[in-house]
Design a protein. Structure first.
Lengths: 122, 144
Protein backbone atom coordinates (compact mmCIF):
# COMPACT_ATOMS: atom_id res chain seq x y z
CA UNK A 1 0.00 0.00 0.00
CA UNK A 2 1.55 3.35 -1.00
CA UNK A 3 1.68 6.03 1.70
CA UNK A 4 1.58 9.82 1.29
CA UNK A 5 2.74 10.88 4.74
CA UNK A 6 4.91 8.07 6.08
CA UNK A 7 7.74 5.82 4.89
CA UNK A 8 7.92 2.21 6.04
CA UNK A 9 10.81 -0.23 6.11
CA UNK A 10 11.51 -3.49 7.93
CA UNK A 11 14.61 -3.67 10.12
CA UNK A 12 15.23 -6.95 11.96
CA UNK A 13 11.54 -7.82 11.66
CA UNK A 14 10.50 -4.51 13.20
CA UNK A 15 8.44 -2.09 11.10
CA UNK A 16 10.19 1.27 11.15
CA UNK A 17 8.08 4.33 10.31
CA UNK A 18 9.44 7.73 9.31
CA UNK A 19 7.48 10.86 8.48
CA UNK A 20 7.79 12.43 5.05
CA UNK A 21 7.03 15.94 6.37
CA UNK A 22 9.70 17.79 8.36
CA UNK A 23 6.93 19.81 9.99
CA UNK A 24 3.91 17.73 10.91
CA UNK A 25 1.41 20.57 11.36
CA UNK A 26 -1.07 20.80 8.49
CA UNK A 27 -4.45 19.46 9.79
CA UNK A 28 -5.31 17.59 6.57
CA UNK A 29 -1.83 15.98 6.46
CA UNK A 30 -2.14 15.03 10.14
CA UNK A 31 -5.50 13.39 9.45
CA UNK A 32 -3.98 11.42 6.55
CA UNK A 33 -0.93 10.50 8.61
CA UNK A 34 -3.23 9.20 11.36
CA UNK A 35 -5.12 7.02 8.89
CA UNK A 36 -1.90 5.60 7.47
CA UNK A 37 -0.56 4.79 10.94
CA UNK A 38 -3.83 3.17 11.94
CA UNK A 39 -3.74 0.99 8.84
CA UNK A 40 -0.45 -0.44 10.15
CA UNK A 41 -1.97 -1.20 13.54
CA UNK A 42 -4.81 -3.05 11.85
CA UNK A 43 -2.43 -5.33 9.99
CA UNK A 44 -1.80 -8.60 11.82
CA UNK A 45 1.71 -8.87 10.37
CA UNK A 46 2.75 -5.53 11.91
CA UNK A 47 2.90 -6.35 15.60
CA UNK A 48 5.68 -3.97 16.63
CA UNK A 49 6.27 -0.47 15.38
CA UNK A 50 9.18 1.88 15.78
CA UNK A 51 8.64 5.50 14.84
CA UNK A 52 11.89 7.21 13.93
CA UNK A 53 11.61 11.02 14.34
CA UNK A 54 15.01 11.83 12.82
CA UNK A 55 13.55 13.95 10.01
CA UNK A 56 10.93 15.71 12.16
CA UNK A 57 11.53 19.36 13.09
CA UNK A 58 8.02 20.19 14.28
CA UNK A 59 5.15 18.12 15.70
CA UNK A 60 1.83 19.58 16.91
CA UNK A 61 -0.48 18.39 19.68
CA UNK A 62 -2.97 17.21 17.03
CA UNK A 63 -0.24 14.95 15.61
CA UNK A 64 0.60 13.67 19.08
CA UNK A 65 -3.07 12.78 19.58
CA UNK A 66 -2.83 10.50 16.53
CA UNK A 67 0.11 8.69 18.13
CA UNK A 68 -1.87 8.24 21.34
CA UNK A 69 -4.75 6.63 19.45
CA UNK A 70 -2.25 4.41 17.62
CA UNK A 71 -0.56 3.38 20.86
CA UNK A 72 -3.94 2.41 22.34
CA UNK A 73 -4.82 0.32 19.28
CA UNK A 74 -1.41 -1.37 19.23
CA UNK A 75 -1.58 -2.17 22.92
CA UNK A 76 -5.08 -3.62 22.56
CA UNK A 77 -3.80 -5.89 19.79
CA UNK A 78 -0.81 -7.06 21.83
CA UNK A 79 1.68 -5.00 19.83
CA UNK A 80 4.25 -2.52 21.00
CA UNK A 81 5.23 0.95 19.81
CA UNK A 82 8.48 2.79 20.49
CA UNK A 83 9.84 6.16 19.42
CA UNK A 84 13.43 7.10 18.63
CA UNK A 85 15.72 9.85 17.31
CA UNK A 86 13.73 12.80 18.68
CA UNK A 87 15.33 16.24 18.53
CA UNK A 88 15.60 17.76 22.03
CA UNK A 89 12.76 20.21 21.45
CA UNK A 90 10.47 17.48 20.06
CA UNK A 91 11.43 15.31 23.04
CA UNK A 92 10.32 18.20 25.29
CA UNK A 93 6.84 17.95 23.80
CA UNK A 94 6.52 14.46 25.20
CA UNK A 95 8.16 15.10 28.57
CA UNK A 96 6.28 18.35 29.30
CA UNK A 97 2.98 16.51 28.91
CA UNK A 98 4.13 13.33 30.72
CA UNK A 99 3.77 11.30 27.55
CA UNK A 100 7.25 9.88 28.02
CA UNK A 101 5.49 7.59 30.52
CA UNK A 102 3.09 6.34 27.87
CA UNK A 103 5.66 5.91 25.09
CA UNK A 104 8.95 4.06 25.26
CA UNK A 105 11.34 6.71 23.88
CA UNK A 106 14.89 5.71 22.87
CA UNK A 107 17.82 7.83 21.78
CA UNK A 108 18.70 5.86 18.68
CA UNK A 109 16.90 3.51 16.33
CA UNK A 110 19.43 0.76 17.06
CA UNK A 111 18.69 0.99 20.84
CA UNK A 112 14.98 0.72 20.16
CA UNK A 113 15.39 -2.25 17.81
CA UNK A 114 17.55 -4.04 20.39
CA UNK A 115 14.97 -3.40 23.11
CA UNK A 116 12.23 -4.93 20.93
CA UNK A 117 14.34 -8.01 20.33
CA UNK A 118 15.05 -8.25 24.05
CA UNK A 119 11.40 -7.89 25.08
CA UNK A 120 10.21 -10.47 22.52
CA UNK A 121 12.90 -12.98 23.56
CA UNK A 122 12.23 -12.57 27.32
CA UNK B 1 18.53 50.55 18.37
CA UNK B 2 16.26 50.65 21.41
CA UNK B 3 15.78 46.99 22.47
CA UNK B 4 12.10 47.68 23.19
CA UNK B 5 11.47 49.28 19.82
CA UNK B 6 9.48 46.90 17.59
CA UNK B 7 11.68 45.27 14.96
CA UNK B 8 8.59 43.81 13.31
CA UNK B 9 4.89 44.28 13.89
CA UNK B 10 1.91 42.59 12.31
CA UNK B 11 -1.80 43.03 12.84
CA UNK B 12 -4.15 40.91 10.79
CA UNK B 13 -7.62 39.36 10.92
CA UNK B 14 -7.57 35.97 9.25
CA UNK B 15 -10.50 33.76 8.23
CA UNK B 16 -10.92 30.64 10.38
CA UNK B 17 -8.89 28.29 8.22
CA UNK B 18 -5.62 26.55 8.95
CA UNK B 19 -4.18 27.66 5.58
CA UNK B 20 -4.29 31.32 6.63
CA UNK B 21 -2.84 30.47 10.04
CA UNK B 22 0.04 28.56 8.46
CA UNK B 23 0.85 31.50 6.15
CA UNK B 24 0.96 33.88 9.11
CA UNK B 25 3.14 31.56 11.19
CA UNK B 26 5.53 31.15 8.27
CA UNK B 27 5.90 34.92 8.05
CA UNK B 28 6.64 35.12 11.78
CA UNK B 29 9.20 32.29 11.58
CA UNK B 30 11.03 34.12 8.80
CA UNK B 31 11.27 37.20 11.04
CA UNK B 32 12.52 35.18 14.03
CA UNK B 33 15.20 33.56 11.86
CA UNK B 34 16.15 36.92 10.43
CA UNK B 35 16.53 38.25 13.99
CA UNK B 36 18.69 35.20 14.86
CA UNK B 37 16.56 33.71 17.64
CA UNK B 38 17.80 30.24 18.61
CA UNK B 39 16.26 27.18 16.96
CA UNK B 40 14.91 26.03 20.32
CA UNK B 41 13.15 29.33 20.97
CA UNK B 42 11.81 29.46 17.43
CA UNK B 43 10.42 25.96 17.96
CA UNK B 44 8.70 27.04 21.20
CA UNK B 45 7.16 30.17 19.68
CA UNK B 46 6.10 28.22 16.59
CA UNK B 47 4.42 25.61 18.77
CA UNK B 48 2.63 28.12 21.00
CA UNK B 49 1.38 30.14 18.01
CA UNK B 50 0.26 27.02 16.16
CA UNK B 51 -1.67 25.69 19.16
CA UNK B 52 -3.23 29.08 20.03
CA UNK B 53 -4.32 29.72 16.43
CA UNK B 54 -5.72 26.20 15.97
CA UNK B 55 -7.61 26.50 19.27
CA UNK B 56 -9.07 29.84 18.12
CA UNK B 57 -10.10 28.42 14.74
CA UNK B 58 -11.38 25.04 15.91
CA UNK B 59 -12.75 25.59 19.42
CA UNK B 60 -13.36 29.35 19.35
CA UNK B 61 -14.80 29.96 15.89
CA UNK B 62 -15.88 26.33 15.36
CA UNK B 63 -14.16 26.27 11.92
CA UNK B 64 -16.67 28.85 10.64
CA UNK B 65 -14.75 30.66 7.87
CA UNK B 66 -17.10 33.66 8.06
CA UNK B 67 -15.64 34.33 11.51
CA UNK B 68 -12.17 35.77 11.89
CA UNK B 69 -9.24 35.42 14.25
CA UNK B 70 -7.53 38.70 15.09
CA UNK B 71 -3.76 38.39 15.49
CA UNK B 72 -1.42 41.11 16.75
CA UNK B 73 2.28 40.29 16.82
CA UNK B 74 5.11 42.48 18.04
CA UNK B 75 8.73 41.46 17.86
CA UNK B 76 11.43 43.56 19.50
CA UNK B 77 15.13 42.81 19.87
CA UNK B 78 14.43 41.34 23.31
CA UNK B 79 10.99 39.77 23.19
CA UNK B 80 8.14 38.28 21.20
CA UNK B 81 4.52 39.05 22.02
CA UNK B 82 1.31 37.99 20.27
CA UNK B 83 -2.36 38.45 21.06
CA UNK B 84 -4.79 36.01 19.44
CA UNK B 85 -8.51 36.71 19.71
CA UNK B 86 -11.40 34.71 18.29
CA UNK B 87 -15.14 35.40 18.02
CA UNK B 88 -16.15 32.47 20.22
CA UNK B 89 -17.75 32.37 23.63
CA UNK B 90 -14.44 31.61 25.30
CA UNK B 91 -13.58 28.94 27.83
CA UNK B 92 -12.60 28.60 31.43
CA UNK B 93 -8.99 27.53 31.85
CA UNK B 94 -9.86 25.61 35.04
CA UNK B 95 -12.28 23.40 33.07
CA UNK B 96 -9.56 22.14 30.72
CA UNK B 97 -8.36 18.69 31.85
CA UNK B 98 -4.72 18.55 32.92
CA UNK B 99 -3.20 16.23 30.28
CA UNK B 100 -0.25 15.42 32.54
CA UNK B 101 -2.49 13.64 35.08
CA UNK B 102 -2.32 9.85 34.64
CA UNK B 103 -6.11 9.56 34.17
CA UNK B 104 -6.04 12.18 31.39
CA UNK B 105 -2.95 11.00 29.52
CA UNK B 106 -4.95 9.41 26.73
CA UNK B 107 -7.53 12.20 26.40
CA UNK B 108 -7.29 14.26 23.20
CA UNK B 109 -8.07 17.60 24.87
CA UNK B 110 -5.98 19.94 26.96
CA UNK B 111 -2.60 19.08 25.51
CA UNK B 112 -2.41 22.18 23.32
CA UNK B 113 -3.07 24.51 26.26
CA UNK B 114 -0.44 22.70 28.35
CA UNK B 115 2.11 22.97 25.55
CA UNK B 116 1.50 26.69 25.15
CA UNK B 117 2.15 27.17 28.87
CA UNK B 118 5.42 25.24 28.71
CA UNK B 119 6.90 26.69 25.55
CA UNK B 120 6.54 30.44 26.12
CA UNK B 121 7.35 32.54 29.20
CA UNK B 122 3.77 33.78 29.63
CA UNK B 123 0.34 32.87 28.31
CA UNK B 124 -2.37 35.12 29.70
CA UNK B 125 -6.03 34.54 28.86
CA UNK B 126 -8.66 37.28 29.11
CA UNK B 127 -11.53 36.69 31.59
CA UNK B 128 -13.86 35.54 28.78
CA UNK B 129 -11.28 33.07 27.49
CA UNK B 130 -11.51 34.06 23.82
CA UNK B 131 -8.19 35.87 23.75
CA UNK B 132 -4.69 34.85 24.75
CA UNK B 133 -1.53 36.92 24.92
CA UNK B 134 1.73 35.01 24.50
CA UNK B 135 5.12 36.38 25.48
CA UNK B 136 8.64 34.98 25.16
CA UNK B 137 11.83 36.73 26.23
CA UNK B 138 14.90 36.27 24.15
CA UNK B 139 17.34 33.95 25.95
CA UNK B 140 20.51 34.92 24.13
CA UNK B 141 21.93 38.29 23.19
CA UNK B 142 21.21 39.12 19.55
CA UNK B 143 24.17 39.96 17.33
CA UNK B 144 24.61 43.70 16.85
Amino acid sequence: MPFDCIKLEDVDEISVVRFKDEKVMDPSRIEKMGQELMSLAGDDDQRNLLINFEDVRFFSSAAINKLIVLEKRMRAGGGEIKLSNLRPEVRDLFSFTNLDGLFDIREQQSDAIRSFVKSTSD
Amino acid sequence: MNPLEPAWRKQKSIPSSSRHAVDLIRELLDQLELSQWTNRQIFGIHLAMEEALMNAIKHGNLNDESKTVCVEIELTKEQFQAKITDEGEGFCLEDVPDPTEDVNLELPSGRGVAMIKNFVDQAIYNPTGNSVTLMARRKTKPAD
